[in-house]
Design a protein around this ligand. Structure first.
Ligand code: CIR
Length: 258
């Protein structure tokens, strides 16, 4: 999968009012979050992408996590219906930014909910995470849309994994039939003939990484993951993600790549 474009959205002044389960952690620092976001944008550009940078909308403190609003593949774009009520309205503004690239898209309808963070594309196959955000109705709608566009899909139930907000909190597709997988992640039939690179429990946050053309962007501060990727011949670029982690955000969720 080669990407040419990405959509990102700046964190806003009320970024710390977003949803988080990390009550024990300190509130994110907006200045640091903006600096980390800027470095993330530079990394995407240096991977060859043209960026659309959306302004923050104070109505949506979680809006910087744009990945949850759309699923974008070569043959189809799908507007999601995020599972958190406070986030439903984020989709329309991202759709407006996407329109110049993808004038048409499909739509997940109520009562279905889907968060883009639950959708992991591996070539022509999509893994759809069933989570607290993506429900069975949404997953079935998404699977039907993907089938119409000649993709295959299968569901992965992560509802028993309290530490996983989204499927891609625990798994990332690296290309060439390789996955980065959090330690303890269940075996998945549709992945049986693929290579699994395991992430130790202590570095679980770094399981959420993203392949962008010739590089894999990972969170900084996880030397085991960086070393494992490098050992597999993968070019790695580490980015500070501390402020987004405090809001349960992973590296992939800060952009929509297409
Ligand atoms: C939320 O709970 O919706 C946001 N605070 C974090 C969303 C992170 N999204 C993602 O990992 N795909």
């Amino acid at each position: 999968m080669r990407f040419n474009n990405a959509i990102v959205r700046l964190p806003g002044s009320n970024f710390s009012a977003g949803l988080t389960t990390s009550a024990s952690k300190s509130a994110p620092d907006l200045g640091k979050a903006l600096a980390q976001h800027a470095a993330y944008c530079i990394a995407l550009k240096e991977c060859g992408l043209d960026l659309t940078v959306m302004d923050a909308n104070p109505q949506y403190p979680d809006g910087t996590f744009v990945e949850d609003t759309f699923v974008i593949a070569e043959r189809v774009a799908i507007a999601t219906r995020p599972g958190a009520k406070t986030r439903t309205g984020e989709v329309a503004s991202v759709a407006a930014a996407l329109r110049r690239y993808r004038p048409q898209w499909e739509q997940i309808e109520a009562p279905g909910t889907v968060d883009g963070g639950d959708i992991c594309q591996a070539e022509e196959h999509f893994f759809i995470g069933l989570s607290a955000r993506t429900n069975e109705d949404g997953a079935a709608q998404l699977a039907a849309i993907l089938t119409r566009h000649h993709y295959t899909s299968s569901t992965v139930d992560i509802r028993g994994h309290a530490t996983l907000l989204h499927l891609k909190s625990g798994i990332a597709y690296l290309g060439e039939r390789r996955f980065l997988v959090m330690h303890g992640f269940p075996a998945i039939d549709a992945m049986a003939d693929a290579d699994r690179i395991e992430v130790a429990q202590a570095e679980a946050y770094a399981a959420n990484c993203v392949r962008v053309n010739d590089q894999v962007l990972i969170a900084a501060g996880f030397p085991g993951v960086a070393a494992a990727l490098k050992k597999n011949g993968i070019s790695v670029r580490a980015l500070e993600m501390s402020e987004f982690a405090k809001m349960d955000g992973g590296l992939s969720c800060l952009s929509l790549r297409f």
